[in-house]
Design a protein around this ligand. Structure first.
Ligand code: SAM
Length: 304
């Protein structure tokens, strides 16, 4: 039997595991420009294949969004590596009221259902994973966004050492706006571009920061070409992609910062101590200073 290719996908799916049509619509919030599954009319999609996100609440929310968006009897295929949430998908889909067929291939669990799911269970998962105001932070956030309900210790260390900045700058991988808010505390900051590859982060940052000096950008920070001649860049670069450690990603952030800063401009960076960023910084910047080291994190100031 030939399986029909999916026209709607969420995430980067291995073609050997799920057949995807060449022009398939993307719905993952981690793909700039992708459609928002939450904005799709209910019961309107004729099928969807999803690489399940690793976080439990985020995953249930995404699967509930899919079930809401699918038309009656449309096929939903959800898969993930076993140790990245895959082993829990079948149970979670059945808790959402679905009958599930599960198979295993290439270390992935692959679950297929035609819904329709239980309306109350779907509504509860949608509520649980929705944007919410986190009292402890005094900020809007959403499960699935980086460190969604607490300040990352690396970011906290940078906040403790960040001087009053001035001029125009950028926050690479801005998340919900933790570093940007501190940078904007200085009235000498004239403009700030806040970039993140996660649409949800950019939306939450928009809710958290009402400031005419800011431009919000849903994009890969390494690819945005609008920036040049900046006075500063702040960042806590990501070092995970698709659930696996990726050191090249942070190095790409550093290269991009060096490219967009003016001569004498500064990059403020925080990172886990074990990450190999110092050599890249030294190769691209005129001076590199270790400003703080504590709790497994390092803060650098690099001047171009
Ligand atoms: C370590 S978090 C820091 C978040 C925030 N600056 C903070 O301090 O809480 C890294 C952020 O980079 C984002 N990110 C990952 N890859 C990216 C890319 N290629 N371009 C832009 N942002 C990216 C992630 O979504 C995440 O929000």
């Amino acid at each position: 039997m030939v399986e029909t290719s999916f026209e709607n996908v969420y995430g980067e799916l291995l073609p050997e595991l799920v057949p995807v049509s060449g022009g398939a619509a993307q719905y993952s919030p981690l793909h700039p420009g992708a459609r928002d599954l939450g904005e799709v009319d209910a019961a309107s999609l004729d099928g969807l294949a999803m690489l399940a996100p690793p976080g439990t609440v985020e995953r249930r929310h995404a699967m509930a969004q899919a079930l809401r968006a699918l038309s009656p009897r449309a096929r939903l295929t959800v898969l993930a590596l076993k140790d990245k949430g895959g082993s829990r998908i079948a149970r979670e889909l059945s808790e959402l009221g679905c009958l599930v067929q599960e198979t295993s291939r290439s270390h992935h669990r692959i679950c297929v259902t035609t819904g329709p799911g239980d309306v109350a269970a779907i509504a509860a998962a949608l509520r649980e994973g929705a944007p919410q105001y986190v009292e402890a932070l005094g900020l809007w956030s959403q499960p699935g966004v980086f460190s969604w309900n607490r300040i990352d210790p690396g970011s906290a260390l940078l906040l403790a050492h960040l001087p009053a900045l001035s001029g125009s700058g950028a926050d690479f991988g801005c998340g919900i706006g933790i570093l940007a808010r501190a940078a904007l505390g200085s009235l000498k900051v004239t403009r700030l571009a806040m970039l993140d590859i996660d649409r949800r982060a950019v939306e939450m940052a928009r809710r958290n920061i009402a400031d005419d000096r800011v431009r919000f950008v849903w994009a890969d920070a390494r690819a945005d070409s609008a920036l040049t001649g900046l006075d500063f860049v702040v960042m806590n670069p990501p070092f995970h992609e698709g659930g696996a450690e990726n050191r090249v990603l942070g190095q790409g952030f550093i290269q991009r910062a060096a490219a967009v800063l003016r001569r004498g401009g500064t990059c403020w960076l925080t990172a886990n101590r074990h990450l190999p960023y110092e050599a890249v910084l030294k190769a691209l910047f005129a001076s590199v200073n270790l400003i703080a080291e504590s709790g497994g994190y390092k803060v650098y100031q690099a001047r171009k």
